[in-house]
Design a protein around this ligand. Structure first.
Ligand code: NOJ
Length: 491
């Protein structure tokens, strides 16, 4: 259609032509009919009951790091170490959510979403990592959960969004020791016993692929420093073990029917050109490149390819540990942002080839966040097929944006809207084809402490002024509210 002929003009023209041909029907009636059928096909609807949500995490928003008996986490120590955070900031104050949680629940409600994914700070619950719990820590999450429920918002809790108690780091080397996996099981049991009367869904660990590789592999996230490959693989194994222990602990100590799974930044593979051969290659790549966490959790074993590649650096494990790790989950959470690997078929033994990215590949305001909306179609589709998954949540998706305040006081984050519109369209495509995505959590409710980037990268649909703590809806908040209200993209 040429740019100067609008859809409506086109419908009108088509209606006139139809009317002339049919003879009997008036032009007006035909016009209405054509316009109505054009409208019927325009929106991309989501299934009835699709769960819309938004997400945050404890260290990124809570602040109040020294209040009510909270212990230190590895991120307190790391962010206070000079040179670690780009803008020299810390999460000491962050969004002051610990005190402003009621205001923040009202922001969630205003989006019209029915679910909120937040994380529990382990060092608030167990300042000493294990042993004696801190009842005031629990009190905070009781207040938050009650406030959410009173506002018709379902709480989805994450147990570990990277804020490991520092004492466990000091005492046993954090995830380098399986003692941390056991302490995590006790923490999970404690939370399950006290919150699952109201919290029906628990994510165990968030983004193992990030916090293990960045924190232990490269040493650029807490706790650092960079470890040799064997220790890195062992740390990842201990996290998988912690996940398995936690699934069992939640089942043992929580209400019957509590649902549990992980939220993983799946190594996201996309066929470079969607031929049957490349799709198969992307499937093989997805399985192999996720073998260290998702694979072992969902299959109860490491793939031969993973073990061969790791060689002498492979993790040490027992058959009993694999059984614990492979305890069945109720769902899989996938955090999906950028396409990470564009793949083609290959004659190599692996069966796939990862293509290099051209320097000109477009990215969002965060450089790592390459724009590839089809990743939210392919990653869940391939994962569901490989591991026979029945329930997937997109536990995170979103983008940072410059988010400047305009002269009129508004934030016109058109790039975020563009990003969300395209990703949600691809998610809808997946669902329409039968991929079992049941819910979506937009990252993030509000700007917050973006780890090593400090407050320099803003991911919220609400803008936060970190001086005054004022929260202002960006244009994307209106966009998301509209999608949620219509349960569809477009009209
Ligand atoms: C994933 C992490 O879970 C979250 O903490 C982070 O802020 C977002 N990605 C954006 O980088």
């Amino acid at each position: 259609m040429s740019a100067d002929v609008s859809r409506r003009d086109f419908a009108r023209l088509a209606g006139a032509a139809l009317g002339a041909a049919a003879g009997a029907k008036s032009t007006a009636a035909a016009e209405n009919e054509t316009a109505a059928s054009a409208d019927r096909h325009a929106p991309a609807p989501f299934p009835k009951g699709f769960l819309w949500g938004t997400a945050t995490s404890s260290y990124q928003i809570e602040g109040a790091v020294d209040e009510d008996g909270r212990g230190k986490s590895i991120w307190d120590i790391f962010s206070h170490t000079p040179g670690k955070i780009e803008d020299g900031s810390t999460g000491d104050r962050a969004n002051e959510h610990y005190h402003r949680y009621k205001e923040d629940v009202a922001l969630i409600k205003a989006l019209g979403v029915k679910a909120y994914r937040f994380s529990i700070a382990w060092p608030r619950m167990f300042p000493d990592g294990s042993g004696q719990p801190n009842p005031k820590g629990l009190d905070f999450y009781n207040r938050l959960v009650d406030e959410l429920l009173a506002n018709g918002i379902e709480p989805y809790a994450t147990l570990y969004h990277w804020d490991l108690p520092q004492v466990l780091q000091d005492r046993v080397g954090g995830w380098r020791s399986s003692d941390t996996s056991k302490a995590f099981a006790d923490y999970a049991a404690y939370v399950a016993a006290r919150l699952t009367d109201r919290v029906k869904t628990i994510f165990t660990v968030n983004e193992v692929g990030r916090f293990v590789n960045f924190g232990y592999g490269w040493g650029i996230d807490a706790p650092g420093p960079k470890l040799p490959a064997a220790q890195l693989n062992q740390a990842r194994h201990h996290v998988a073990l912690a996940h398995g222990f936690a699934v069992q602990a939640i089942r043992a100590s929580g209400r019957a029917g509590t649902r549990v799974g992980a939220a993983e930044n799946i190594a996201a593979c996309v066929p470079a050109i969607a031929t049957p051969e490349n799709i198969r290659a992307a499937e093989i790549a997805t399985r192999e490149l996720n073998a260290g966490f998702l694979g072992v959790v969902l299959e109860g074993k490491y793939t031969d390819g993973f073990l061969a590649y790791a060689g002498a650096d492979a993790p040490k494990f027992t058959p009993e540990e694999l059984k614990i790790i492979g305890t069945p989950n109720d769902f899989v959470g996938l955090n999906i942002y950028a396409p990470q690997y564009y793949v083609t078929a290959s004659d190599r033994a692996s069966g796939f080839r990862v293509l290099p990215f051209p320097a000109s590949f477009p990215h969002m305001n965060s450089e790592w966040l390459r724009v590839g909306p089809e990743v939210i179609y392919w990653a869940p589709r391939l994962a569901a097929k490989i591991w026979n998954i029945e329930t997937i949540y997109i536990s995170e998706n979103g983008t940072s944006s410059e988010d400047k305040i305009s002269a009129d006081g508004q934030v016109y984050d058109l790039d975020r809207i563009m990003f969300l519109r395209n990703y949600l369209t691809q998610m809808q495509r997946a669902i329409a084809e039968g991929v079992p995505i049941r819910g979506y959590f937009l990252w993030s409710l509000m700007d917050n402490f973006e780890w090593i980037f400090g407050y320099g990268k803003r991911f919220g649909v609400y803008r936060v002024d970190f001086e005054t703590q004022a929260r202002v809806p960006k244009l994307s908040a209106a966009f998301y509210r509209d999608v949620v209200a219509r349960n569809a993209i477009g009209v």
